[in-house]
Design a protein around this ligand. Structure first.
Ligand code: ZN
Ligand code: ZN
Ligand code: ZN
Length: 86
């Protein structure tokens, strides 16, 4: 199966609006790993973090594609297909 949502990727060079999870920074909370939305550049925390803001961002906006925002990691993930992309 091939992800058909890659036309929603609007970020070419990742230039995040934030160094950490935007929502966690606002409420002074912490996270485990960071994910960046490839449609709008939103930075959110992963599902191992208690607040799961990356997943919440997908549920609120419908932006399906994220990329790991951890140093050395460059995998992408589609929430709709639930699959990792090359
Ligand atoms: Zn997809
Ligand atoms: Zn968060
Ligand atoms: Zn987004």
């Amino acid at each position: 199966m091939v992800c058909t949502h890659q036309n929603m990727i609007q970020i070419k060079d990742i230039d995040p609006g934030s160094k950490g999870c935007e929502e966690c920074l606002k409420i002074g909370d912490s996270w485990v790993h960071l994910r960046i939305c490839l449609t709008c550049g939103h930075v959110g925390c992963c599902d191992s973090s208690k607040n799961k803001h990356a997943t919440k961002h997908f549920k609120e906006t419908g932006h399906p594609l994220i990329q790991s925002f951890e140093p050395g990691d460059d995998w992408k993930y589609c929430y709709i297909d639930r699959q990792y992309l090359e």
